[in-house]
Design a protein. Structure first.
Length: 447
């Protein structure tokens, strides 16, 4: 971390001054490019309006234990240029203050001890829920606003506005995948890239579509429990089709959220995998790429056919990248607007930018009425953008099964008769219990 992004932790514990609003800032969940931009803009605008600003390090992890020693006052010098840098000068954590009522009360008591009257949290759906819970537990004595952040792009922002960090992560992911594609062509092999995305496939699809991946698979297009063989069939037929086109190389992109769709009976270790403090499956413990790679390679090996596939996880190297200009500007707007919202008496909202204006969305409007948790935005499989993305992929199509010439070529590559090939793979192009129906480009209509 450069000198411009380091907080002087040698200062005395920050204590409130009479007559001043005190803004606390914390970060929860995984890192995302642009966090420092929000911290910077929040701090600058709050100080300009006579407010003291406290940076709370490590998200809720210290507050749930009643600790105040990791809280430090932020100054203009601390934050003046940090919007250019990735990472978070306040760190982050996945600590969950809502799991135990005593923890939640301790968070509120600690914030009050510090004199915090305003709280700005930066994070994803779990942190949003935690902050809404802090507001309620405080009896509205602490005004709270949440700035949505996730490279997964799965928070329900209006107008398809991306969550900050997503565009930078996609940009970096495309750069990596383009390099892998050149290596694949040069060496005559396949690369299988697994991207982050627990519930939604936005990042995988965004990277795959922009970089021209041979095939991208996301959790939204499958129903659970998904047999591993179905993923294997989809990838195997893509490779066979590429070979029939005279190209024995390519790039495959899988969203890690596919793990949660897979049948636990098919995946060793899935039942025993650990969970984080918010109850989410620890996806990093399950090597999706290696599981699927073995499934596909073993198929080719069984018929005496050598297939080279290299797996690559694309995730951690994206989260702390320096933000691209889109996220630099976006986060400065969000931070400025959030400070203004809180200092003008606002509370209980997730902050969004709509038509280039700041629009607070009340917490009640982003919570799923059935679960009480923050709603998740999934890829819209019927959107024209998704339909077009699929048109650029190499997938087994109905014409590959029905047309004699195409079926003959694919069957030959698979070492099967045409009848055997059709019998084994026809279900992929027909309605089946494992797939969600998806429209084709021919169904796109213009006004």
């Amino acid at each position: 971390m450069s000198d411009t992004t380091r907080i002087d932790t040698s200062r005395w514990e920050a204590l409130p001054e009479p007559g001043k609003e005190v803004l606390g800032i914390l970060v929860g969940g995984g890192p995302a490019p642009g966090i420092n931009g929000v911290i910077s803009a929040l701090t600058i605008e709050a100080i300009r309006r006579g407010c003291r600003v406290l940076g709370i390090e490590g998200g809720y992890s210290g507050l749930v234990r009643g600790r105040t020693d990791r809280v430090h006052e932020l100054t203009l010098d601390d934050v003046s240029r940090i919007h250019l840098a990735g990472g978070s000068i306040l760190g982050t954590s996945r600590a969950n203050p809502t799991g135990d009522p005593e923890d939640l009360n301790r968070v509120v008591e600690t914030l009050k001890k510090l004199g915090v009257t305003l709280l700005a949290s930066i994070g994803g759906d779990d942190t949003a829920f935690s902050s809404a819970s802090v507001l309620k537990a405080s009896g509205d004595s602490i005004r709270v606003a949440h700035v949505p952040k996730t490279i997964d792009n799965d928070l329900p922002l209006p107008g398809d506005m991306p969550t900050f960090g997503y565009q930078t992560a996609r940009h970096e992911g495309v750069r990596v995948l383009r390099h892998l594609a050149v290596d694949a062509q040069t060496t005559g092999r396949w690369y299988m890239a697994v991207t982050m995305g627990r519930k939604a496939g936005h990042l995988a699809l965004g990277i795959g579509k922009a970089a021209g991946a041979t095939l991208t698979l996301i959790p939204e297009e499958f129903r659970a429990p998904l047999p591993l063989r179905v993923l294997g069939d989809q990838i195997e037929t893509t490779i066979l089709k590429r070979r029939a086109m005279g190209r024995n190389h390519g790039t495959l992109v899988l969203a890690e959220g596919l793990i949660e769709k897979l049948d636990p009976e098919d995946v060793s270790g899935l039942k025993e995998a650990g969970h984080d403090e918010h109850g989410h499956l620890q996806l990093a413990e399950i090597r999706l790429g290696e599981i699927v790679r073995r499934e596909v390679v073993d198929r080719f090996k069984a018929r005496g056919d050598s297939l080279g596939i290299v797996t690559k996880d694309i995730g951690y190297e994206l989260r702390c990248a320096d933000p691209i200009p889109f996220d630099m500007e976006y986060t400065r707007d969000l931070g400025f607007g959030t400070a203004l919202f809180l200092l003008s008496g606002g509370t209980g909202a997730l902050m969004s930018i709509q038509r280039r204006n700041l629009v607070p969305i009340p917490f009640d409007e982003i919570l799923d009425p059935e679960t009480g948790r923050t709603a998740v935005r999934l890829v819209d499989l019927e959107s024209q953008s998704h339909v077009i993305a699929r048109e650029y992929m190499i997938r087994l199509e109905a014409t590959d099964i029905e047309m004699e010439e195409a079926a003959n070529k694919l069957a030959k590559e698979a070492g099967l008769s045409v009848d055997e090939f059709r019998k084994r793979f026809r279900y992929l192009v027909e309605p089946n219990p494992y797939r969600v129906p998806i429209p084709r480009a021919i169904d796109i209509r213009f006004p």
